[in-house]
Design a protein around this ligand. Structure first.
Ligand code: 5AD
Ligand code: SF4
Length: 481
């Protein structure tokens, strides 16, 4: 850094407020002028593109990134040709990482044509020291790397990159607290995610999340309700409450409000018509929660309940704390108490030690539980997790073949579950419009999709639709006037 630049940077830092989020609003303002100066130098507006990998939590964080970057003055585009590209990464399975490396290489080529391009990498994969090391060595054109615990610092880190002229790495191994009230750019307008807690304490033996997202921290119910109110005032009708294990909500907050009570509080917010949540853990899903879902009209009749395996022996090795029978009894109870509920799930195939008999137990649960949908995954070995060191890693061809059989079973069962609604009427939230076909895609309370002819103005509205033809996991329908 030149001496005068160093003095400028020092002065900017010394005037920065110590408290958050004020500090970040200050750096947003600083970056606004940096950007304006760049734009007048090159004679055009600068653009940004935020790319999300992985789960709903990442999608939610990406709204904060888009919010911060828009507040700085970047215009959002959907092309990686943009002047700033941010990858919000996932590392839950190895192939997520492989994909990201390939795409970073591609960004490097784009940067050769636009040397002012900024490449930002953040999210779960960046919490892994090997990944950061590899990027530092092999992808030297990257500009900023940060992890999951300091996402609120984006503006400050961008500033450090601008004044320092080289790669900025800021990855924390622990969270310090929860920073509220950052800018946010809501992707849909009518639906939005709300984080209710961060991190996970479960340590399922295959899972890397507890290592990259840290220990459980719940937000206060008052902050969550205030966020829901603010969203509702801005036109949001459906909120999804997000956490790695929502049943643990409130276990580490002073007010001790349970997740079921929180659902109730959010449902009192005027303007919110639908509430979804993700993800409960079968080991501690309470009767109180089941009763709240059943009794509360605003809570969607959909429970996503990750099974992972149907074999009690494998579940034990996975550290899941329930048996096949307990899982099935729980699904039965949910279906009995919540009429019309859809149960969906996640399943892993090829966990170390999984035998043909274990796999047959999984298929058995799929048939007995009657899932409306199941997300199926091939087991992926994650370095640092206990399962990575377990004996009996299943060969790829064996796992692949089981995976195909599982897909067949899931397809059959979910088509059967979806079929029962044929000919009935349902309220759907209009979520996406395809102008070419003149078709709206709406979602039922139970998460099923329906496509029906209608005009674009109804986007974001809840309308009544007749479910005419079942096409497996979705419907073709007609709007009832
Ligand atoms: N391999 C395969 N699937 C995994 N999941 C989590 N970790 C792994 C892994 N190592 C799946 C689980 C979880 C979902 C989000 O991802 O099924 O519920
Ligand atoms: Fe991973 Fe298990 Fe936590 Fe889910 S509950 S994030 S699978 S450790």
């Amino acid at each position: 850094m030149e001496r005068s630049e160093e003095m400028y940077a020092e002065r900017v830092r010394s005037l920065a407020p110590a408290d958050e989020p004020e500090r970040q609003y200050y750096f947003i303002d600083v970056m606004k002028s940096v950007l304006a100066e760049k734009e007048s130098r090159i004679g055009r507006k600068l653009t940004m593109n935020v790319v999300t990998f992985g789960c709903q939590m990442n999608a939610k964080d990406s709204e904060t990134f888009s919010g911060i970057l828009s507040a700085i003055g970047y215009e959002e585009t959907d092309s990686e040709d943009a002047d700033l590209v941010l990858y919000n990464t996932c590392t839950v399975r190895e192939n997520a990482n492989t994909r990201v490396y390939g795409r970073i290489g591609y960004l490097g080529n784009l940067k050769k044509k636009n040397p002012d391009k900024r490449i930002i990498l953040c999210g779960c994969m960046m919490q892994e020291p090997q990944a950061v090391e590899k990027i530092r060595k092999s992808y030297r054109f990257v500009d900023v790397i940060f992890g999951t615990h300091n996402i609120y610092k984006l503006a400050e880190l961008l500033f450090e990159r601008e004044v320092g002229g080289e790669l900025v790495i800021d990855v924390w191994d622990k969270a310090t607290g929860i920073v509220e009230d950052l800018p946010r750019r809501n992707k849909y307008g009518f639906k939005a995610g709300i984080n209710i807690m961060y991190g996970c304490n479960n340590f399922c033996s295959y899972c890397i999340v507890p290592y990259v997202r840290g220990r459980e921290r719940s937000r206060s119910a008052a902050d969550i309700v205030a966020e829901a109110e603010h969203l509702a005032e801005n036109g949001v009708r459906e909120v999804m409450l997000l956490g790695q294990n929502v049943n643990s909500y409130g276990k580490n907050t002073p007010d001790g409000i349970t997740f079921a009570q929180l659902l109730h509080m959010v449902s009192k917010v005027d303007g919110i018509r639908r509430i979804r949540f993700m993800t409960p853990h079968p080991k501690d899903l309470s009767d109180e929660l089941i009763e709240e879902i059943a009794a509360n009209d605003k809570v969607c009749k959909h429970v996503h309940l990750p099974l992972q395996s149907g074999s009690t022996a494998v579940l034990k090795a996975m550290n899941r704390h329930y048996t096949k029978e307990q899982y099935l009894a729980l699904v039965e109870k949910i279906k009995e108490r919540i009429p019309g509920v859809a149960v969906t799930t996640d399943i892993i195939v090829g966990f170390p030690g999984e035998t043909e008999e274990d796999f047959a137990e999984t298929v058995d649960v799929v048939r007995k539980a009657g899932f409306m949908a199941a997300y199926t995954f091939l087991y992926s070995k994650r370095t640092g997790t206990p399962a990575a060191k377990m004996e009996g890693q299943v060969p790829d061809d064996v796992a692949g073949e089981r995976f195909k059989r599982l897909l067949d079973a899931v397809g059959e069962v979910s088509a059967r579950e979806a079929q029962v609604y044929e000919g009935s009427m349902a309220d759907v939230l209009c979520e996406e419009y395809k102008a070419k076909e003149g078709l709206m895609t709406g979602r039922l309370d139970n998460n099923l999709l329906v496509h029906f002819p209608c005009d674009e103005t109804l986007l974001g509205e809840i309308v009544r639709v007749e479910l005419k033809t079942c096409k497996g996991f979705y419907y073709l329908g007609e709007r009832c006037e």
